[in-house]
Design a protein around this ligand. Structure first.
Ligand code: GLU
Length: 281
């Protein structure tokens, strides 16, 4: 049975790009008589606004998407901690106290998420203390796992290249686990068989594949869908005030019709689908 999920972060209202993502996940699961899950990714303590989660549920209902909600990330922290402990016990995590500015100044290459960490703290003795993050020793981790592949339903088999990210942060100081660790563990725990999400997260799947190998998790397939972009080619974004689904819902628009338009590629003026690989925001 195909199990897909939609995993929004409650740091701003959902917009048409989210509706598209949810529709892709929903329709992919339902085509196989499968299940479509909603998971609220609410562990970003700084930006998370828990009151938005209820609007997300109403938005999916408004679009007439049949979903089953699973535990939000805030209820899964013990699992994240256990996984980080195992990776630490394997000698694959190291503490780091570099600031963003220090990293930007010392980095010698760019990765999908910006400057790649140059490994400054890798051989420094750093006491694990509040304010310290934990990074994955990418070289050791990839050596341990050997070559890995993963399958994107739309783009075919991929060689995993997690090294493009360098030593990613897996344990944060402001939110417990990083997106990479939390989402990978959740997808496995929720039995997700097909990870549907936007092309902006395509490269993240390299890291997720590596974490699955390190932690002995089931490996799903991926389906990275096209993104909705504005006339200037930039993707719709909460922080650039893309119109909220909840405003359209509360104004009495018909959500079923909005979903049908998206499925048929009939987009609002100035918005189009883009099928190119984007860097993560
Ligand atoms: N929580 C992420 C977001 O809102 C989605 C992560 C994912 O689908 O893997 O962008």
């Amino acid at each position: 049975m195909t199990i897909t999920r939609f995993a929004p972060s409650p740091n701003g209202p959902l917009h048409l790009g989210h509706a598209w993502s949810a529709i892709v996940g929903h329709d992919r699961a339902k085509a196989d008589d499968g299940a479509f899950l909603l998971r609220i990714e609410d562990i970003d303590g700084v930006r998370s606004r828990p009151e938005l989660a209820d609007a997300f549920r109403r938005d999916l209902e408004w679009l007439r998407l049949d979903f089953r909600e699973v535990a939000p990330q805030s209820q899964r922290i013990a699992t994240y901690r256990d996984a980080a402990d195992s990776l630490r016990a394997m000698g694959l995590l190291y503490p780091c106290r570099c600031t963003r500015t220090e990293i930007a100044a010392a980095a010698t290459r760019m990765g999908p998420d910006g400057p790649v960490y140059p490994g400054t703290c890798l051989h420094r003795p750093i006491a694990p203390a509040p304010g310290v993050v934990w990074r994955l020793d990418m070289e050791q981790a990839t050596d341990l796992c050997g070559p890995l592949t993963w399958l994107d339903e739309r783009r075919g088999e991929q060689q995993a290249r997690p090294e493009v990210f360098g030593d990613v942060v897996l344990w944060r100081k402001d939110a417990p686990a990083s997106y990479h660790l939390a989402a990978t563990l959740d997808d496995a725990a929720d039995g997700v068989t097909c990870v549907t999400r936007g092309l902006d997260l395509f490269h993240a799947s390299h890291v997720h594949r590596l974490l699955q190998a390190l932690l002995g998790l089931e490996v799903p397939v991926w389906h990275h869908h096209s993104l909705l972009v504005e006339a200037d080619g930039r993707k719709l974004a909460k922080r650039r005030d893309a119109p909220a689904l909840s405003d359209r819902r509360l104004a009495g628009e018909d959500g079923r019709a909005v979903a049908a338009e998206l499925r048929h590629g009939l987009l609002d003026t100035g918005i189009s689908f883009a099928d190119t690989l984007f860097q993560s925001a």
